[in-house]
Design a protein. Structure first.
Length: 207
């Protein structure tokens, strides 16, 4: 299980104390509700930095999955990595903390966001599937994400926000559930795991 924050504020816009409280509050609340440990964290808007990763680790999380290599979104944080010794997509940050980057497509040296969410809703399924197959061929693993609200076309509409926000939020939402079902069916012969399961099954340090 993982947390996406309590207030869903961009981490880089939080004060050090505010972020510390948000990380602790969301983790404890989820653990109290479910009775299960929360192992991971994903920053709202992928808004991380080296310092923010340190704070996530200090809050007791086992892994983070917030690094998005697409650099043309101002909200996304950027961190310099120095390889992972061929250990799948697992990047070891410390002896007890790891990063699982979002899966993106690289074409001609250009990064194209391909991890899921709004990008999954934007691209035609056949094209998206081809991109995922390319990532799987190169990396042997693909990390996909989807917000629960993206398969809920009956959610109350919010009108008092900029047009670009509304377009991004509601784009192709009515077809997302059927598209997601078809996507899963296309890859039914592959092994599906949570991030935590992937770390445990592919990280010898934890065995």
């Amino acid at each position: 299980m993982a947390s996406h924050g309590y207030y869903h504020k961009l981490c880089k816009e939080e004060s050090a104390e505010g972020l510390k409280n948000d990380l602790a509050t969301s983790k404890k609340l989820l653990e109290d509700i479910t009775g299960a440990p929360v192992h991971g964290y994903r920053a709202p808007g992928f808004s991380i930095s080296t310092d923010i990763l340190n704070r996530i680790e200090e809050a007791g999380y086992f892994y983070d999955s917030s690094f998005n290599s697409f650099k043309f979104n101002k909200r996304y944080g950027q961190v310099e990595w120095f390889g992972n010794n061929g250990n799948g997509i697992i990047i070891k940050i410390s002896d007890s903390f790891y990063e699982l980057p979002i899966s993106n497509l690289s074409i001609g040296g250009q990064v194209i966001p391909w991890g899921g969410g709004g990008y999954f809703r934007l691209f035609p399924l056949r094209l998206f599937r081809q991109g995922v197959q390319s990532i799987l061929k190169k990396q042997g693993v693909y990390l996909f994400y989807m917000h629960p609200w993206e398969i809920d076309p009956e959610q109350p509409p919010v009108k008092d926000v900029p047009f670009t926000y509304r377009m991004r939020h509601y784009m192709n939402m009515k077809s997302t559930y059927s598209k997601l079902s078809a996507f899963i069916e296309k890859f039914k012969d592959y092994k599906f795991q949570t991030c935590h399961q992937y770390l445990l099954s592919n990280n010898s340090d934890r065995e």
